[in-house]
Design a protein around this ligand. Sequence first.
Ligand SMILES: O=C(CO)COP(=O)(O)O
Length: 127
Amino acid sequence: MRSLCLALIAHDGKKNDMIHLAQEFREFLARCHLIATGTTGSRLQAQVGLQVECLLSGPLGGDLQIGARLAVEEVDAVIFLRDPMTPQPHEPDINALVRACDVHDVPCATNLASARLMLRQLASSAR
Ligand SMILES: O=C(CO)COP(=O)(O)O
């Protein structure tokens, strides 16, 4: 059985939140296969010490790469800490990723509170 694959993505204004969240759930996340957009993934590796498969940075196509993986059932859940206060140049890619989650019925947490609920649930059912 393959390990759970989680995609972790955070906009710049939410990257510190993602780091704190990953520190909080570090033990569980270390047992998952983690994929992430470029900058988010590099920070998780450097600051939390997690092993992360880093894809392209979001504005360069990273969200689309995650969407493509998800469409072929390679991703089990997505944590996407979006910054609702800052316009993003790659808004169409962001919408495409969230849409792909809905099309393929993959859980997608887009804020810290829902991300915590998701990780608590996944961690307890993985015990
Ligand atoms: O822009 C992003 C998601 O839309 C995040 O990309 P980075 O992790 O490369 O900053």
